[in-house]
Structure formats: C-alpha cells, structure tokens
Ligand binder design. Structure first.
Ligand code: PMT
Length: 225
C-alpha cells in the first residue's frame, strides 16, 4: 500500500528572521514512515523542518509553513491508500508577514494571528475518498474526550490521542503512550514505549483498517500468509 505521512512542526513567518512554531521533533512521524517502509510499503513523507535523517526509501517532501504542507498533502493524497497526519501544524499564523525585520521598540507589540487551513479536516471531508484518514490529537487535558471530538468533527477514520502534558513523553521525546480511537467507537491503548515500537503497532492497525474499510488488498500481508 502507499502511505502519506506528515511529520514535524510548521513554521509560520512573522518577518524574515522570526516565526511561530512548536516543539514537535518529527520523531513520531518519522518512526511511522520507517515502520511502513520496513513492512514493505511505499511512503511519501511530508516533513516540516526537523533535525532527523529521513528514511532513505521514503519520498521526502520538505516544507516549512502550514500552507506549503497543505499544498503538498493535496498534491499526493489521492494517490495514497493511508494518510497519517502526524505533523504538529500551527493552528494560527500571523495575519501579515513583514518583508523586513521588525525593529525593536520600547513599547509592547501585539501580533495578530489568523487561523490556518486545516489539512486533516480537508482530507476527512474529501469527496468520495478511497484512502484511510488518520489524525493525531495532541492534548494536555481531557485527552480522550477532546480526541473523540476531533475524530468526529474532522471526519477521520482513526485518531491517535496523545497526551503532551509531560516533557517525559509525547512531544519532543523518544517515548510515547497513545490511545487509538476508531470511527466505530472502539478504543485501543498502547502503553508507554519507544516511538519506534509504537509506530510498528500503529502501522499494523492502519493496514488492517484500510483493508477492511476500503476493501483494499494488503499485498504484503496476503503474499506472506
Ligand atoms: O514530533 P514529535 O516530537 O515526535 O511529537 C509527536 C506529536 C506529539 C507532534 C504527534 O504525536 C502528534 O500528536 N501530532 C499532532 C499534533 C497536533 O497538531 O495536534 P492537534 O490536536 O493540534 O491537531 C489535530 C490534528 O489536526 C493533527 O492530526 C494535525 O496534524 C491536524 N491539523 C491541525 C491543524 C491544521 N491547521 N491542520 C491539520 O491538519
């Protein structure tokens, strides 16, 4: 099957030297890309700016802003079977970008932010889609409740609820602990483990769901069985 995986943060420019961003390291998304490749699948990895070595067999598309990520995802989504939106896309971007470096002044400065386009939502509501849509929900409170709301509102097939309240797991860490929420109401937990191990479990779950929901043949699994 063909995976499209987004990873890392987006950077929303304020001026030529400053931007709004977040702490995403890209580790979770890169681990999913690697696990899918290891299982014999094709991967398009659309990545924000991170300091990780991309898996060599992936087709890497490097982006910086949420708009670039939106366009890159839309270019390739319909060619894929499974779209995994693991990137930490900025929810807001500056209303305008100064063409020159904003000068330091003594008074307070306000930055007007406007909503970015929601990539996951656009995939979930894609007309007549034939690909599985997987979202991630990074939450610091009411983790599963908020994730369930995002699953419903963005019309995903699966959402991975991710507690990012602690520096010891989740964002910018080698380990994670997730709950998988399925559209049919089922839930499954994966307890604290290295992201590489969690990624292997997630890939199996995504393949199984895509096979069932979209009647896709999982070539690698059927060839081996
Ligand atoms: O990169 P790491 O350091 O390994 O950390 C991994 C992670 C914590 C970033 C990852 O596991 C994770 O949870 N990614 C989602 C982060 C996020 O933006 O969550 P959210 O709850 O704000 O967004 C929900 C979903 O909507 C996400 O799938 C996100 O990609 C998507 N989204 C959000 C805003 C937007 N404009 N477009 C989107 O597609």
């Amino acid at each position: 099957m063909k995976f499209l995986v987004t990873a890392g943060p987006t950077r929303e420019p304020i001026d030529p030297v400053r931007y709004v961003s977040n702490r995403s390291s890209g580790k979770m998304g890169y681990a999913i890309a690697e696990a899918a490749l290891d299982a014999g699948h094709d991967v398009i990895l659309i990545s924000g700016q991170v300091s990780l070595q991309p898996p060599r067999a992936a087709k890497l598309v490097s982006v910086s802003t949420s708009d670039e990520m939106f366009d890159a995802v839309h270019r390739d989504a319909s060619k894929c079977d499974i779209c995994v939106m693991c990137a930490a896309v900025a929810d807001y971007k500056p209303a305008s970008v100064s063409p020159t470096k904003i000068k330091k002044r003594s008074e307070n400065v306000s930055l007007e932010l406007i909503p970015t386009r929601d990539i996951l939502d656009s995939l979930g509501h894609w007309h007549d889609r034939r690909f599985l849509v997987v979202g991630f929900a990074a939450e610091t409170n009411d983790v599963e409740k908020n994730a369930a709301r995002k699953l419903r509102e963005k019309n995903c097939d699966i959402i991975i609820a991710n507690d990012v309240s602690s520096a010891k797991s989740g964002m910018d860490s080698d380990v994670n602990e997730v709950t998988i929420l399925f559209k049919n109401g089922e839930r499954q937990k994966i307890s604290r483990a290295q992201k590489k191990i969690i990624a292997r479990e997630l890939v199996k779950i995504f393949l199984n769901s895509a096979t069932i929901m979209f009647d896709k043949k999982d070539v690698m699994i059927s060839e081996r069985s």
